[in-house]
Design a protein around this ligand. Structure first.
Ligand SMILES: Cc1ncc(COP(=O)(O)O)c(C=O)c1O
Length: 396
């Protein structure tokens, strides 16, 4: 493919690109009930972390079947807190897939620990069991596994960490709504699952996240650590008759989830099943609309229990991804990239360690992966238009 013009998809019978409404990469689904829920909190006289956050934690614990859920300001903060709870010595080595967002590994760095970048499976782009096995043999003190795009990592990852006695933290930023051999992701068997409620996620609070864990000690630690390490939260201290004093029990961070934001997440949770159904339909529509064109989706294997967070395609070898991106943008379609492997960023190239065996799958896939629009506001026609545009560009 050489020259890609904005009219390529138009050749497939659509109206002129100039007439097309933009198709956003991601767009939050905010309904009137969400607005009412947030407004109720705004009028309540209590904005920061309080009873609404507590109720969200209870609702999520019920949904996930988790012993404890702690609302926090982001998934990044959730990961930082879970790593801090491990109390590893400075420089301890934490295995992280190189195919992830930068914050997975930055949470390691911010705890004065050493990220060890590991390769991924070619079919899911999830942490590779063989890369993890090699790294565990070489010595790891903890592992963070990312459920990429909402597809849970394989049971082998859990088994390898359990056999080695190494704590496993789940980066479940994409995985609310996913399930695996344990039931919903966020269930038992790991230190914790860390969720993101960022504006592009399947369920959003604008900014926010949660730790789901069965570990009572981690839950107690997280409730305090998210509030500087204080022994009492604001609700306890400021409510009528509350005790004004507090101690500082650990050098924590400021990462609590305010009630205003929790209200949005809690309202979304009441219709989350329907939102997930629509995501699944959109995913199926993408696969149908590209039919036998040879477009490869990630995962390349069936993933019936995925949270369907991302629609990632692998462009054929040799296709200029930048041209495809510009071509889609010219027809009003906004794509994205998940992810640029961590060792391709300057800072990680200089400071992170690569696991034994290197990162060949990440390197081979880095320039081929392209994320197509995915959000519940997409119509079937939108999905068809994205597919036609993409196929038009690839066959131009
Ligand atoms: C895999 C992964 N982990 C962590 C995060 C960080 O989430 P947050 O923005 O809630 O900190 C993201 C954000 O998109 C992500 O994609």
């Amino acid at each position: 493919m050489t020259d890609i013009g904005p009219s390529a998809a138009g050749a497939r019978g659509q109206t002129r690109p100039d007439d097309w409404a933009p198709i956003m990469f991601a767009s939050p689904d905010v309904c009137e009930a969400d607005v009412d829920a947030v407004t109720r909190v705004l009028r309540s006289g209590w904005l920061t972390t309080g009873s609404e956050c507590q109720r969200l934690e209870e609702d999520l614990a019920h949904y996930l079947g988790s012993g404890h859920v702690i609302g926090v300001s982001s998934c990044t903060a959730a990961l930082e807190i879970c790593l801090a709870h491990l109390a590893l010595p400075p420089g301890a080595r934490v295995g992280v897939p190189a195919w992830t967002f930068v914050s997975t590994a930055l949470a390691v760095v911010h705890n004065n620990l050493q990220p060890v970048l590991l390769d991924v499976e070619p079919d899911t782009l999830n942490l590779s069991a063989s890369a993890l096995e090699r790294a565990l043999a070489g010595g790891l003190d903890a592992v963070i596994a990312v459920h990429f795009g909402g597809v849970p990592v394989s049971k082998a990852i859990h088994d390898l960490c359990a056999t080695a006695g190494v704590p496993l933290i789940e980066d479940a930023a994409h995985a609310l709504g996913a399930s695996d051999h344990r039931g919903p992701v966020g269930g038992p068997g790991t230190s914790a699952a860390c969720f993101s409620f960022y504006a592009t996620k399947n369920l959003t609070s604008a900014e926010g996240g949660a730790i789901a864990t069965d570990d009572q000690d981690l839950a107690d630690f997280a409730r305090s650590y998210r509030l500087h390490g204080m022994s009492a939260d604001a609700l306890t201290r400021y409510r009528p008759g509350g005790s004004v004093g507090y101690d500082l029990v650990s050098p924590g961070i400021k990462a609590n989830l305010p009630d205003v934001l929790a209200a949005l997440a809690r309202s979304q949770l009441t219709r989350f099943a329907a939102m997930q159904d629509r995501r699944r339909q959109i995913m199926e529509r993408y696969r149908e609309a590209t039919g036998s064109s040879g477009i490869e989706f990630v995962p390349t294997v069936d993933a019936p229990n995925s949270a369907d967070h991302l629609v990632v395609v692998l462009l054929p070898e040799g296709v200029d991804r930048d041209c495809v991106i510009e071509g889609l943008k010219a027809t009003g379609i906004q794509p994205s990239i998940h992810f640029r492997p961590l060792h391709h960023f300057g800072w990680f190239a200089d400071h992170a360690e690569e696991g034994l065996g290197g990162l060949p799958v990440c390197d081979a896939t880095a320039m081929r992966a392209l994320s197509l629009p995915m959000h519940v506001g997409l119509s079937n026609d939108d999905v068809d238009r994205v597919c036609w545009s993409l196929l038009g560009l690839l066959h131009a």
